[in-house]
Every structure is written in structure tokens, then in C-alpha cells.
Write a protein that binds this ligand. Structure first.
Ligand SMILES: Nc1nc2c(c(=O)[nH]1)N[C@H]1C(S)=C(S)[C@@H](COP(=O)(O)OP(=O)(O)OC[C@H]3O[C@@H](n4cnc5c(=O)[nH]c(N)nc54)[C@H](O)[C@@H]3O)O[C@H]1N2
Ligand SMILES: Nc1nc2c(c(=O)[nH]1)N[C@H]1C(S)=C(S)[C@@H](COP(=O)(O)OP(=O)(O)OC[C@H]3O[C@@H](n4cnc5c(=O)[nH]c(N)nc54)[C@H](O)[C@@H]3O)O[C@H]1N2
Ligand code: SF4
Ligand SMILES: [Mo]
Length: 688
């Protein structure tokens, strides 16, 4: 065999590192970081080192499967697509176009995000759902409402003070939405060398907290109170940017009144952060110029998360740290999502009246519509690149909702708890077996990179776009389809950038957008209803929400740590993600699982002691929703009164506990539909 090296990219997280995949004369595969890729400059995290094992096809779904009374039966593609076309056609005739919902996964790779979106539009349904209400979109909705842009990214290279607020990039590698440059993975040590002060606001001593200069040990779900108190201090002490506030913000006087009572003393009682530390934090952020905030997913999965992020957006505006070098900037971006050519009317989607400002239907709306048997409820679900049973709050109720559907089709690469519930399972080509691309934004410009196939699709697995098109064709829905397979999708998506596939193939990395231009507001204003930073948020007010962010207790919590609930729960549970897996994936890849074999429940030494629990004991965690068995990790990384359960297990291929058996979907954020996946009252006992 000839030795080969393929230059490609990793699509397991938002960093999109460059990879060199070597295959030697014996066929042995090895992985190296691409030294010339701007995102990582040769560095890699552990995950792509699982690629050689993944290419062996362990646990892969190789054939279409249909559910029968005796379990799954192997069928041909022709039969599978006939079943899908017949069932979806019948459901369309009986219940109309709104009866279909397409549920997709985290948009880390674009084929996850775009798959079956076009089809759903052509079918006539506006019903899209995903983990968006748990992941990034609650933040984007808040930023957009106040700043008129969904993301204002930290301008890492030029800042003097950096606040990681509910983000843990030392494990998640998520420094921004899609911005990657100058070897993002080494940004923290590099900034420290330059004397930039780094602060982490986090209830857990995370990998990022461990690298920070200061740790603001905030209580779970209390960030709105912290943000409001910081705004109070900055206004009271006159530390805000007067010129910027006067010229470019709307509603300052109202804001001033609104935060009058939000004193640091008030916030101390809620956040657990001493009054003096809140004052110091506010002063540091307002007086160190420029300062930037790196917001994270730690703010999303609370019922009060959107307002927390509105306080971040207001802080950026108040201090003038917006769209300036070293502040939070609106970055150039090359490619948008593949929206359906013929979108169905948005206002017709399920639970639109409840969530008019959100980009799609929060999963809680889909589940409730089905479980309450609402007339316009979905009857058919296409599940594309996601594992809803494990990732949404209250696994038991997610299962019940799926069971009530007339038809469930799951597009997957491996068997999961969700695919086990399907009527039809379609085996998909993995990202390692198809062409794809990523668009990156950065202050230095927006660029594209190519993801190349490393092998042919395993068994009978096929590309999602081919399957989607063939199904549309069988149903007569293909007339307006802009792409028919992976390659035509890729070319269609990158066309607006002016970059061609041939160019990408030759150059691998192509810059398509010039470096950021700062202070765009000088001539364009802000893209909000007032044209300014909306402290007083007109968009929210117009839809009946409070124009200013207000602290509300996060739902799902008992009165506070050590306050026993009626059921005897005296701990507050949350969840975390270990650095070497992505969500529910890769647990059967030994290269990765040997580094972190089991999910753990992290408990403070004092709480463990009171319960006779030692490190490594088997324990039972019980919440209102259910119970799980898991191994304990006794650690003072946790605040006393909190316990943290590792998220991502629970598939048949790992046989371990899934945390969302413990979380509740009885509450949700009124704007984003976020459920409290990171907050549940619980108790932990040792299994004797
Ligand atoms: N290894 C790995 N990397 C990943 C992923 C993965 O599953 N595994 N997933 C990817 C995805 S989809 C996402 S969305 C990103 C997320 O990446 P990040 O945005 O970095 O978010 P998390 O990794 O969830 O870290 C959130 C941090 O917030 C803290 N936190 C929890 N609750 C609160 C709170 O109430 N207030 C504050 N201030 N902090 C809180 C947590 O302790 C944690 O340290 O990671 C991506 N990268
Ligand atoms: N309690 C709790 N709940 C959470 C979180 C948490 O921290 N705590 N995190 C939340 C967040 S931020 C997110 S983003 C979500 C993640 O939610 P998901 O996106 O649903 O999570 P994944 O495990 O990445 O699921 C992706 C599925 O797609 C499959 N897959 C992989 N490649 C392909 C492919 O090429 N084609 C197809 N068709 N399928 C493929 C994988 O096998 C996997 O089963 O979970 C959310 N839920
Ligand atoms: S940080 Fe790791 S998982 Fe993320 S793109 Fe880079 S190598 Fe892949
Ligand atoms: Mo996410």
C-alpha cells in the first residue's frame, strides 16, 4: 500500500482544528495536528486520536432497519425510502404539512445542522427543533435583542482583561461561536504571559478556573443578580463610558432606576459572592480598558438564563467595550445556514405564540404539544444527527412523547437509545466518510476550510443529502431543491462567498472575508429597533416580556443548598462534560474511554462525609424525576451543597447512567424554552 497523508479538519467541536491523517504502507492510520491551520497551529486535543479506531467501524449501523414485532429487521434502501415516503405521505394527507417535525443536533458540523431542513420546508412544515434552547441560542437571542447582533465575540488578542463567564474552554475548546485563529487552544497561557488579567465566573473549579487569576464562585443560576449588581456599581460610581452611553444607547435612565435596588449586598445573598468581590469585579471590568467577556454554555440551561445574558450585553454597552479592539466585537462571517428555498410560514410552527422571539421550536414545545395531544401537534419526526432521549431534560417524558408519534425516522451512524425507539433507522455516512467544510470567523478575517473523506461510507451507509433528495424525489417535493448530494450541497453553501470547491481543494484554507472593521456603529448604528444598544429592550417589550433584565429564582431549585425539600432532597445537582468526549458520543472508543472510563458524580468532602461516601464508591442519585447509579468523585472543586453529574452517557453502547433521567422539563425559560438541565434538587446515598 502507498503511504498517504490527507490534509483535512476536525469537526468534533467549534474550534475546527486542522488535521493531517497519515496512512502508512501497512494501512495503519495516525493523526497529527496541521501546523499550517490557523485555528490550532498543530495542536490537538485528545478526541481526534480516536479517529483510527473510528475508521475501523466499531458499532456502526451498516444497513437500513425497520422495526417489526420481533425487533429490527434489515431492509434495502429501496424499501426503506418507500416506507418513509409512504408513511410521510399518508401523514401529510391525513393531518396536513404541520404534522412533521425535524429534530437535529448540535450544529458542530454543518451537515448535522443542514440535513433534512430543505425537506421539511418542501413538505410545508416550519417545525424545526434541536438542542438550540440548551445551547448558545438563548445567549444569541439575548445578545440580539440588546445589541442587534447574535454574537459579540471576545477580541482575545487585544484585550487587557478577560472574563470567562459560564464558559470552560480549557475543556470545551469553545472560545467563541465560530471564531478560530492563532491557535486558539493556547490563548490563555499566551494572554497570561502578556499580563492580561483573567477572571472566571463559575460555580465549579473548572479546568478554566484553575488557569484564571481570580475565581468568582457564583451560585448556580444566579448570574442575573451578579450582572445587575455590577451594573448598579458601575452606574453608582460613575464608571460607565459617558460618551458612548449618551450617543449609542437607549434607556439609560430607566436602567438606572431599574438597578437602584440591585445592590452588591442584595446580590451577595443570591449569588454567594461577597459584596466586596462584586464591587471589585465591577470596577475591574469597567476600568481596565479594553475588557472582554467570553460567555458560555454555563448560562444557557437555566430557566432564567436569557436575562443573565442580557446583563452581560448591557455591561458591554455601559462600559463602551463594544466593537472596539480588545472588547466584544461583531466578527465577519462567511457562510450562513441552509434555509429552505420554500420556507413554511414561521408563525404556524408549534408553540409559536409561547416562543415568538426564538429561532425555532424549543424541544419542550414539541414534547408538550405531543403529550397534551394538541390538534396541530407533530405526528412524524425525522431525527437527524441527535440523541433527543439522552440530551433533553426528563428522559422518561421524552420517551413518552416519541412513543406517541405515528412515525419516527432516525438517521444515525451508531445505535443509540433514540434509534432503538425508531420505526425506521437509516445508516448515515460519518463525517469521516464525506466531504464537508467549515466557515471560521476571526478578527483577522473569515475563512473556509475543507473536510475531506478519509474512507468510503461503511456498509450501505449513505450521505444525508443524497437520502434527503431521493426521499423528496419519491414524494414529488424535489422541484425547488437546490442540492442533490453532498457535493452539490457544499458548492451551494459556499457559493455566496465567491470561494470555489476547486480552490478549497487546492489551497485547503481560503480567506473569504477581510479582517474585522471595528466601531461599525459609527456609521451604521446598531441593528436594534432604536438603532442603539437597547438597555431598554424594545424587542422584548414588544412581545410582552420585561424591557429590563430582572432576577428570578431559577426554577427547579429548592430554596438553596442544605434546605431540604419535601421529598428530603438537600443537595442541588448540576451537570458537567469531561474534555475528551463530545456529548453522548465516543464512549466505546477505547483510546478515549480509557482516559475517563465512567461517568462520575462530584461531591464536596463534607457532604460525602456526612453520607458515609468515599471517593470511588457506588452511589445512587435520586431526584424528583428518577434515580441513577453512578461512581462518586469526592472533590473540593465543588461547592458544599452542590453535586455535579457527568453528562453524556446512557447509550446501549456504554450501558451507564444518563443524567437527564434526573432533570425536569416542568419549567422552562419564557423566551428560549431552556429547561433546567443544569439544576435539579437531589439526594445522594451510598449503595451498601
Ligand atoms: N469535550 C467537549 N467539548 C465540547 C462539548 C462536549 O460535549 N465535550 N460540547 C460542545 C458544545 S455543543 C458546547 S455548547 C460547548 C460548551 O462550551 P462552554 O461554553 O465552554 O460551556 P461548558 O463546557 O458547558 O462549561 C460551562 C461552564 O459554566 C459553568 N457553569 C455551570 N452553571 C453555571 C452558572 O449558573 N453560572 C456560571 N457563571 N457558570 C456556570 C460550568 O461549571 C462550566 O465550567 O462545548 C463544546 N465543546
Ligand atoms: N443535562 C445536560 N443536558 C444537556 C447538556 C448538558 O451539559 N447537560 N448539553 C446540551 C448541549 S449544549 C447540547 S449541544 C446537546 C447535545 O445534543 P446532541 O447534538 O443530540 O448530542 P450528540 O451526542 O452530539 O448527538 C449526536 C448524535 O448524532 C450521531 N452522529 C454522529 N455523526 C453523525 C452523522 O454524520 N450523521 C448522523 N445522522 N448522525 C451522526 C451521534 O452518533 C450521536 O448519537 O445536549 C444538551 N443536553
Ligand atoms: S479542539 Fe479537539 S475536538 Fe475540537 S476541533 Fe480541535 S481537535 Fe477537534
Ligand atoms: Mo452545545
Amino acid at each position: 500500500m502507498k503511504e498517504t497523508t490527507i490534509r483535512t479538519i476536525c469537526q468534533y467541536c467549534y474550534t475546527g482544528c486542522g488535521l493531517l491523517i497519515h496512512r502508512n504502507a501497512d494501512g495503519k492510520v495516525s493523526v497529527e495536528g496541521d501546523p499550517d491551520h490557523p485555528a490550532n497551529r498543530g495542536q490537538l486535543c485528545p478526541k481526534p486520536f480516536g479517529i483510527p479506531e473510528m475508521l475501523q467501524g466499531k458499532n456502526r449501523l451498516k444497513h437500513p432497519l425497520k422495526k417489526t414485532n420481533n425487533g429490527f429487521e434489515k431492509i434495502s434502501w429501496d424499501e426503506a425510502l418507500k416506507i418513509a415516503a409512504d408513511r410521510l405521505g399518508e401523514i401529510h394527507s391525513k393531518y396536513g404539512p404541520l404534522s412533521l417535525v425535524r429534530v437535529a443536533g448540535a450544529p458542530v458540523s454543518y451537515h448535522a445542522r443542514d440535513g433534512f431542513r430543505q425537506f421539511t420546508g418542501a413538505y410545508g412544515s416550519p417545525n424545526f427543533a434541536s438542542p438550540a434552547s440548551l445551547c448558545m441560542m438563548p445567549r444569541m437571542t439575548a445578545f440580539n435583542a440588546v445589541l442587534g447582533g447574535t454574537r459579540a465575540e471576545a477580541d482575545f488578542e487585544r484585550t487587557r482583561l478577560l472574563i470567562f463567564w459560564g464558559s470552560n474552554p480549557m475543556a470545551s475548546e469553545r472560545y467563541s461561536a465560530f471564531a478560530s485563529f492563532n491557535g486558539m487552544r493556547r490563548i490563555i497561557p499566551r494572554l497570561k504571559e502578556q499580563g492580561v488579567r483573567i477572571i472566571a465566573i463559575d460555580p465549579f473549579r473548572s479546568e478554566t478556573v484553575q488557569k484564571a487569576d481570580d475565581w468568582v464562585k457564583v451560585n448556580l443560576g444566579s448570574d442575573t443578580a451578579l450582572g445587575l449588581a455590577m451594573i448598579h456599581v458601575i452606574i453608582k460610581e460613575g464608571l460607565y463610558d459617558e460618551a458612548f452611553v449618551a450617543e449609542y444607547t437607549h434607556g439609560f435612565e430607566g436602567l438606572k432606576d431599574h438597578v437602584q435596588s440591585c445592590t452588591p449586598q442584595w446580590a451577595e445573598g443570591i449569588t454567594g459572592v461577597p459584596e466586596k468581590d462584586i464591587e471589585d469585579l465591577a470596577r475591574a471590568y469597567a476600568t481596565t480598558k479594553p475588557a472582554a467577556i467570553c460567555d458560555g454554555n454555563g448560562l444557557d440551561m437555566y430557566t432564567n438564563g436569557v436575562d443573565a445574558v442580557r446583563t452581560l450585553a448591557i455591561l458591554m454597552g455601559l462600559t463602551g467595550n463594544l466593537d472596539i479592539p480588545g472588547g466584544n466585537v461583531f466578527l465577519p462571517f462567511a457562510v450562513q445556514s441552509a434555509l429552505p428555498t420554500k420556507p413554511a410560514p414561521n408563525e404556524k410552527r408549534v408553540w409559536y405564540d409561547t416562543f415568538p422571539l426564538f429561532i425555532e421550536v424549543p424541544m419542550v414545545g414539541i414534547k408538550e404539544a405531543i403529550l397534551r395531544e394538541e390538534e396541530n401537534r407533530p405526528r412524524a419526526m425525522i431525527i437527524q444527527h441527535t440523541n433527543p432521549v439522552l440530551i433533553h431534560a426528563n428522559t422518561q417524558r421524552t420517551r413518552q412523547a416519541l412513543e406517541k408519534l405515528d412515525f419516527v425516522m432516525v438517521n444515525e451512524v451508531v445505535p443509540t437509545v433514540t434509534s432503538e425507539m425508531a420505526d425506521l433507522v437509516l445508516p448515515m455516512a460519518d463525517i469521516l466518510e464525506t466531504s464537508s467544510y467549515l466557515a471560521y470567523s476571526s478578527a483577522e478575517g473569515g475563512y473556509l476550510a475543507l473536510s475531506r473523506p478519509l474512507a468510503n461510507p461503511i456498509g450501505e451507509a449513505r450521505s444525508v443529502f443524497e437520502v434527503e433528495y431521493e426521499l423528496a424525489e419519491r414524494m414529488g417535493l424535489h422541484q425547488d431543491y437546490p442540492f442533490q448530494d453532498t457535493m452539490s450541497w457544499l458548492k451551494f453553501m459556499i457559493a455566496p462567498t465567491g470561494v470555489t470547491f476547486e480552490q478549497l481543494e487546492e489551497e485547503q484554507i481560503v480567506f473569504a472575508v477581510p479582517p474585522v472593521r471595528y466601531q461599525k456603529y459609527l456609521d451604521k448604528g446598531f441593528n436594534t429597533p432604536s438603532g442603539k444598544v437597547d438597555f431598554h429592550c424594545n424587542l422584548f417589550e414588544g412581545k410582552g416580556y420585561d424591557p429590563f433584565p430582572t432576577y428570578e429564582e431559577p426554577a427547579g431549585e429548592p430554596l438553596g443548598p442544605h434546605n431540604t425539600t419535601e421529598k428530603g432532597f438537600s443537595l442541588i445537582g448540576s451537570s458537567r462534560r469531561p474534555g475528551n468526549f463530545i456529548h453522548t458520543r465516543f464512549k466505546f472508543i477505547e483510546t478515549l474511554s480509557k482516559m475517563y472510563p465512567d461517568p462520575l458524580v462530584w461531591i464536596h468532602p463534607q457532604d460525602a462525609d456526612e453520607r458515609g461516601i468515599k471517593d470511588g464508591d457506588e452511589v445512587e442519585v435520586t431526584s424528583d424525576q428518577g434515580k441513577i447509579r453512578i461512581t462518586s468523585k469526592v472533590s473540593d472543586n465543588v461547592k458544599s451543597g452542590h453535586v455535579w453529574v457527568d453528562f453524556g452517557w446512557g447509550n446501549p453502547t456504554d450501558g451507564k447512567a444518563g443524567i437527564n433521567s434526573l432533570t425536569s422539563d416542568a419549567y422552562f425559560n419564557p423566551v428560549s424554552g431552556a429547561t433546567p438541565n443544569r439544576l435539579f434538587p437531589c439526594e445522594v446515598i451510598k449503595i451498601q
